[in-house]
Ligand binder design. Structure first.
Ligand code: NAD
Length: 261
């Protein structure tokens, strides 16, 4: 079906690959103009080109979400390139193994600076833009099923995702008066480069083949299959559109039935 523009603009961090890329492609198909903000400019540029570039309603931006000024600049550029701003998807994140006894101050600093601080800067920059434009908007951030239940071996990652949920619940309450909703999506085990690295690291640490590493993560999925990035993109599409206008402060699990609340 041909894409019909919906007159709205979305920015997706970490949109160069994996879940972020699927979100970009889905929102673009939904009719949004999309800014693909990533540390990896080559990857972001390829995704933008695949959607027809600026004329097709897709632009690539370099951003390091750990850097507050960078995130504000990316939102400003999106507003000036596309003339509006309606949705931010704070998707960028990293997921190294962090066994409890090996956690260092540098490890805490690095993981929180991307997975948590990056969401704080995204919320602030989007709020500023929405208020300057004189309308509300939607703030959507990546949590994880590991942000609902502590997962073995990835304590710091789990902690950042619990923190993103806490932050988003308060932001939902604080920003409602501006017509802004704030929600998170909580994927399960999604086939992306991030998950491949984690499965490999887990297998290597145990001296087992990669396939064994994947099995450690797939046990307990009710729907008995790994997730594709498009499963997550569908939920973000819902959270970005008018059908979710009465939802705020929530974390939507899209994990095939790993965690039941
Ligand atoms: P991925 O590693 O495949 O892609 C992440 C993208 O973010 C990459 O393009 C990377 O260049 C970019 N990025 C990394 N650090 C950045 C930074 N500082 N600034 C800007 N961009 C940066 O990851 P993914 O699997 O697609 O995960 C996306 C999000 O979903 C993450 O927040 C992740 O924690 C979350 N998540 C993933 C899974 C999964 O199974 N893959 C499960 C639950 C939650």
């Amino acid at each position: 079906m041909a894409r019909t523009e919906n007159g709205k603009v979305a920015l997706v961090t970490g949109g160069g690959q994996g879940i972020g890329q699927a979100i970009v492609e889905r929102l673009h198909a939904d009719g949004f103009k999309v800014a693909i903000a990533d540390l990896n400019t080559d990857a972001a540029g390829k995704v933008a080109d695949g959607l027809g570039g600026k004329d097709g309603g897709a632009t690539a931006l370099r951003v390091d979400v750990a850097d507050r000024d960078d995130v504000f600049a990316a939102v400003d550029r999106t507003v000036s390139e596309f003339g509006g701003f309606d949705v931010i998807v704070n998707n960028a994140g990293i997921a190294p193994q962090t066994p409890i006894e090996d956690i260092t101050p540098e490890g805490v600093e690095k993981l929180f600076s991307i997975n948590f601080n990056g969401v704080v800067w995204g919320i602030q920059a989007a709020t500023k833009a929405f208020r300057e434009l004189g309308h509300g908007g939607k703030i959507i951030s990546a949590a994880s099923q590991a942000g609902h239940v502590g997962n073995p071996g990835i304590a710091l990652y789990s902690a950042t995702k619990f923190a993103v949920r806490g932050l988003s619940q308060t932001a939902a309450r604080d920003l409602a008066k501006y017509g802004i909703t704030v929600n998170t999506y909580a994927p399960g085990i999604v086939r992306t480069p991030l998950m491949e690295n984690l499965a490999k690291q887990t297998a290597e640490a145990a001296g087992e083949p990669e396939e064994w590493g994947w099995r450690q993560f797939t046990q307990g999925i009710t729907l008995e299959r790994l997730s594709d990035p498009e499963d997550v993109a569908g939920v973000v599409s819902f959270l970005s559109g008018p059908d979710s206008d009465y939802i705020t402060g929530q974390s939507i699990l899209v994990d095939g039935g790993m965690v039941f609340n």
